[in-house]
Design a protein around this ligand. Structure first.
Ligand code: FAD
Length: 538
């Protein structure tokens, strides 16, 4: 067993920035299931929303966030995040992130994205996430107080109830070393889930392979409540090309004048929304889905070729390069695009300090449901949320005194491998992602949701058998988590008898007058409450 003050699971922006803030005074173990830089954060293109310009205001950013969230954003949380925007972005600047400056060097260049009424997105050309991740990862690698475990996947949380104690709190996690197949027991005074989203539950996604909803599934199994899982955001413009896996065309292309067109070159967005191409992404994704289904076309086109070539090259160098490699010159040709799953708005319920329902367990970043995004995330608010909650969780953790850490039991290593296992896992994985895409995608019906739930029930028995009887591996762990998250998405969608934000049901097309979050409560939540004498964070 290894012991640390803090265990952080995940090395995206949330995990890295938290680790760097705690490490000067706490021993930190940072566990990540692939390499340090394998995260959605690395892939972010557009940037980070914050009130930095003189003509912008806190109220305007709050208002834009609330409008996108379709009545479901928590106003207190929204204000909290927006008010901490500038200070957390300045922290990043202090860390040395090379954000793009104005041509005359008068300050940082701010871009505008769909749903924002002002220019407020600070960025590093069109590869912001890469710049942020590289800068922070380098510091994490060098920090003497951070023990970095790459290629280690967290399997499950260790709670005091599991070791027969009366109170129930988080004590750390079991972590599988993917290289030698051994499970390490990590004890920690505080554990933080920063495991990102769950895009891999769908067939088409802009997310990296690591986005399998592990944190949500682990927290749920431990007894924490989960909220708003029906609100999965589909990015309207993912490159449509047989050789390009999940390459996103940032919203900034539309922000800078890019136009959506049908194969015959005609525009269509004005018929769906008066804001045209600058409508929020759910409106744009649904409009594209509608046009594709109505016309039986495989994709639509995003055209920025009317802008000067040097403008395109300086604003979108990564997109230009990637498309050019695939034979598309975006300074002359439109880009073929389709919608794909992009962002998980729901997650483990947390308070303003990132605390979950379980004492000493935190969730930050895309894994959490803080209340900021409501029924739809405003573009570029998610990296901001990572930064703000990493900061508040760090503050909270630093106020806590360390107490004695009990000895924790080791993982049962006696199980054997099953030769059949891999083929069953691969098959179930692709079945799950396919029916989630077809039945629980952009437009939903009650019948399709019921069908999906039925399939989930069937898969659960098979996966449970493997998990209980055989030696675990990373694919099995991820599949088990994806299935859990799929069930949470479908059950949340079934509970919502209206269409709001990202959730659109043909059976309930109206929006109700009262906006209510969907909260799912696991059966072991109540024992969590009893044993902690009513401990509850929100
Ligand atoms: C293509 C793309 C473009 C985007 N562009 C923007 C943008 O411009 N602006 C914006 O605000 N947002 C953007 N987003 C969203 C934003 O990138 C994410 O919401 C944000 O990066 C999430 O950060 P995170 O730290 O919570 O998770 P991630 O960055 O996804 O990191 C999760 C980490 O957890 C690790 N992990 C997961 N499970 C386990 C486990 N069981 N054990 C160990 N490690 C585990 C992963 O390996 C990874 O290191 C974009 C997303 C994508 C996919």
């Amino acid at each position: 067993m290894r012991k640390f003050d803090v265990l952080i699971v995940g090395s995206g922006l949330a995990g890295l920035s938290l680790a760097l803030q705690l490490a000067p005074v706490r021993s930190v173990c940072l566990v990540t299931k692939r390499n340090l830089n394998d995260s959605a954060s690395s892939w972010a293109q557009g940037g980070i929303a914050a009130v930095l310009a003189d003509d912008d205001s806190i109220e305007a950013h709050i208002q834009d966030t609330l409008i996108a969230g379709a009545g479901l954003c928590d106003p207190e949380v929204t204000r909290f995040v927006v008010e901490h925007g500038r200070e957390t972005v300045e922290w990043l600047i202090d860390q040395g992130v090379p954000f793009t400056r104005e041509e005359d060097d008068s300050g940082f260049h701010l871009t505008r994205e769909g749903g924002h009424s002002r220019r407020r997105i600070i960025h590093a050309a069109d590869a912001t996430g890469h710049a942020v991740q590289e800068t922070l990862a380098e510091k994490v690698r060098r920090h003497p107080n951070i023990t970095l475990l790459e290629n280690h996947i967290s399997v499950d949380l260790i709670t005091s109830k599991k070791i027969g104690r009366r109170s129930n709190r988080c004590l750390g996690a079991y972590v599988l070393n993917k290289q030698n197949g051994k499970v390490v027991t990590i004890g920690a005074m505080n554990t933080v889930l920063a495991t990102g989203g769950a895009g891999k539950v769908y067939l088409y996604t802009t997310n990296p392979d690591v986005a399998t909803g592990d944190g949500v599934a682990m927290g749920w199994r431990a007894g924490c409540r989960v909220a708003n899982m029906e609100f999965m955001q589909f990015h309207p413009t993912c490159l449509y090309h047989p050789q390009a896996k999940s390459f996103l065309i940032t919203e900034a292309v539309r922000g800078e004048g890019g136009l959506l067109k049908l194969p015959d070159g005609s525009r269509f967005m004005q018929e769906h929304d008066e804001r045209g191409e600058l409508a929020p992404r759910d409106v744009v994704a649904r409009a594209i889905d509608f046009e594709m289904k109505k016309r039986g076309i495989e994709c639509v086109y995003l055209d920025i070729s009317h802008k000067p070539a040097d403008f395109i090259l300086s604003h979108f160098p990564t997109i230009y390069r990637r498309c050019f490699e695939l034979g598309i010159d975006i300074t002359r040709q439109p880009i073929p695009v389709v919608p794909a799953e992009h962002y998980t708005c729901g997650g483990l319920m947390t308070d303003l300090d990132g605390r979950t329902d379980m004492p000493h367990l935190y969730a930050i970043g895309e894994t959490a449901c803080t209340g900021l995004h409501g029924a739809n995330r405003l573009a570029s608010n998610s990296l901001l949320e990572c930064l703000v909650f990493a900061q508040s969780a760090a503050r909270d953790i630093l106020t806590r005194r360390n107490s004695e850490m009990p000895e924790l039991p080791n993982w049962d290593e006696s199980r054997v491998t099953d030769a059949d296992e891999e083929v069953v896992i691969t098959h179930n994985w692709s079945e799950l992602r396919r029916f989630m895409w077809n039945y629980v995608g952009i437009v939903r019906t009650s019948k399709r949701l019921a069908r999906a739930l039925h399939r989930i029930d069937l898969l659960r028995d098979e996966i449970h058998e493997f998990y209980s009887n055989f030696r675990i591996n990373a694919n099995l762990i991820e599949l088990r988590n994806l299935l859990q998250v799929a069930e949470l998405i479908v059950k949340s969608a079934m509970e919502r008898h209206e269409s709001r934000g990202l959730h659109f049901s043909k059976d309930y097309p109206e929006t109700m007058s009262d906006a209510v979050p969907t909260v799912l409560t696991p059966s072991n939540y109540y024992s969590l409450l009893d044993q902690n004498h009513g401990h509850k964070h929100q």
